[in-house]
Design a protein around this ligand. Sequence first.
Ligand SMILES: [Zn+2]
Ligand SMILES: [Zn+2]
Ligand SMILES: [Zn+2]
Length: 263
Amino acid sequence: MKDAEIKVTVLGSGTSTGVPVIACPCEVCHSLSPYNKRTRASILVSDLRNGQNLVIDTAPDFRTQILRQNVQHLEYALYTHIHADHCHGLDDLRAFYFFNQKPVQCWIHPRHVEEFRTRFAYVFKETGYIGTKPQIILNEMTHPQFQIGNLDVETVDLPHGNVVTSAFRIGSFAYATDFKFFPDAIIKQWKNKVKFFIASGVGFKEHPTHSSVPETIRLFETLGVSKGIITHLSHSVDYERDQPKLPTQVEFAYDGMEFTLKI
Ligand SMILES: [Zn+2]
Ligand SMILES: [Zn+2]
Ligand SMILES: [Zn+2]
């Protein structure tokens, strides 16, 4: 994977409800700023050497996100966990098959496979009705290190309430969403290896199953990250009001944010 170059696009930067939240009267939900319009959390990683695309999670807003970013083909989908806001866009993978005739290779941790197969049972069943189901190949991440095209991926387990989430590192880039904290062993494992890190924060207040914005900022410092992006944000965060509160090397994610990185 030497000298790999990737383009990372934030497809969605919102928490499970998205922002605006349906029926919410708050100021952020009624803000006109595009930075306060957040679809559900997901990213696109494009390998600039071979042109292959991978997404981390297929959010319920997947179709809107993919159309917005004009993505023409998709080779891989990696899943962090099975919460609805991270996988319920799965059905829209089928459009890629219409034009590319290649199934999308999906990767998920073995602990989530049974629930994934149950939730999307129709995908794995023979219904006799042609052309309506997403064409995917479900691969299990049985090893913490695996390859996606030319990219070396490392996955680690993070606590998220009673769920365990998979976070991913691709060279010096990492993506971790929906975790309460990083256990010491993972901090040791990733310390000084991750330079560019997109991690979830939700809001400034403490949360029972998620890292808060201040906790995620501390995590960036502990890991020695040079650029930290906080995603999975709720309507408690006003981009313009709250961005100045962050340290200079940290930014809030927004939908459509893009970076090209040598990893
Ligand atoms: Zn989530
Ligand atoms: Zn609101
Ligand atoms: Zn979750």
